[in-house]
Design a protein around this ligand. Sequence first.
Ligand SMILES: Cc1cc2nc3c(=O)[nH]c(=O)nc-3n(C[C@H](O)[C@H](O)[C@H](O)COP(=O)(O)OP(=O)(O)OC[C@H]3O[C@@H](n4cnc5c(N)ncnc54)[C@H](O)[C@@H]3O)c2cc1C
Length: 510
Amino acid sequence: MASGRSSGDGGDGDESPAMRRLRRISLHLLDPSLTPTDAEPEALALAACAAGPRRVQGGAEVSASLAAYLRGRHRETQARVFEFFRGRPDLQTPVEMSTAAHRDLCFRQLRALVRDAGVRPLSLMADDPSEYFAVMEAAGGVDISLGVKFGVQYSLWGGSIINLGTKKHRDKFFEGIDNLDIPGCFAMTELHHGSNVQALQTTATFDPVADEFIINTPNDGAIKWWIGNAAVHGKYATVFARLILPLQGKGGTPADMGIHAFIVPIRNLETHVVLPGIEINDCGHKIGLNGVDNGALRFRSVRIPRDNLLNRFGDVSRDGKYTSSLPTINKRFAATLGELVGGRVGIAYSSVGILKVAVTIATRYALLRQQFGPPKQPEISVLDYQSHQHKLMPMLASSYAFHFATIYLVDKYSEMKKTNDEDVIADVHVLSSGLKAYITSYTAKSISICRESCGGHGYAAVNRFGALRNDHDIFQTFEGDNTVLLQQVAGDLLKQYQEKFTRNLKLEVK
Ligand SMILES: Cc1cc2nc3c(=O)[nH]c(=O)nc-3n(C[C@H](O)[C@H](O)[C@H](O)COP(=O)(O)OP(=O)(O)OC[C@H]3O[C@@H](n4cnc5c(N)ncnc54)[C@H](O)[C@@H]3O)c2cc1C
């Protein structure tokens, strides 16, 4: 570290860097409340953390204006969410509870947020995605299960209707999803296929006589698995399946048009009884996120109207003809998955929210916690130890960096939704994949370091690190496994490099 000190100050001009460091450490240990002198200019003064927390003069104002700056234009929205839950002790998540009770509470929390606090998440998502993500972050701050349940209902189930459907679907479902009359699921993953979505095996075969699709699970490996909202609360599911047109392949064989999304009712809207042909099983107690009811869905030749195909990128006419503005299965698949990128944006954004919570708890504790100190003097705050600063400060700095990075991502996403510009779509895809993978891996590791930074007290469930760590862990896997996402980013960067290289070569040849 550059000291900025002249060699004639009677201090460490003749010292080696190692000796200088040792001397500083010993000063630190002997007199932590050292005030700046000529020999130790202000820039090097030790932080006055020791002997109990002391507020820097004007600190409250600084932190209030910093908080206002960070929260940006959605500060009040987030404050309203926190205020609402603070005023509702009946909705606070206790430290210990059964899976069933947690699921029930999580649904009540979401319903209260929508019906009592008057938040309309799907409208926010359609009108102002950045406000939508701000509410989701705040909900996750209350209980990560609530943030994820919110994401399942609105980013996934609602998002599939808005982004993959057309006007008829929005007219029919928008209000019911928004006000939570119609809790729903996003049923993509199967027992045998998670990352490799193109290999899904569930089929949707068109029956031109009845003008219906028949949704079928052909084998155990094709059972939809891990589906949020399926075990208890969901009424509908957006089911991803291979669209099969009978007799339209070569030589009158069935034609496989690739993966499409279909709206499938799974429970009776009034009685909540599971509908005929649908089999639902519970994925059971998980290592985290137990407020979310993940389930498995099996379809036994379930018939749905032709209109239930989410037909933005491909449609089937009454006489069974397939039409699409996109020429190939691969292009349709890319467009379909591209539209679902909002879920990934939400995960990256929420992961930063969780990192902020963990780092805040650990840093505040480090300021309060005192261990060791100079002889016959008060013990000093653990935040004064350089090793502790090395643990916490990079995470604190990263929280700021990730905060601004995800705000940029959300702005880009909003721009993409408004303009549908192809370059912006490509940017959002690669940026969301890279940031989601990097941030969620970083947060997962950081929560453990934060727990450790609080010593034994970090292990008490009431201090939240266990729940934060376990609930957040799966952020590294869902909405795209991190390894697979990073491969996509690498692939995209190589493609860009290749394009640039080819362009330069062409210029040279000319
Ligand atoms: C709590 C929870 C909630 C979920 N909610 C939903 C939901 O609501 N709807 C839904 O559809 N799904 C949901 N999922 C499923 C989730 O999206 C999948 O688990 C995820 O996509 C990963 O798929 P997988 O589990 O099959 O893992 P796999 O793809 O089998 O991955 C297993 C391992 O193999 C590695 N791997 C895979 N492919 C490659 C490769 N090409 N190169 C190198 N390594 C590779 C991965 O990195 C990983 O470590 C949920 C899952 C959980 C646990």
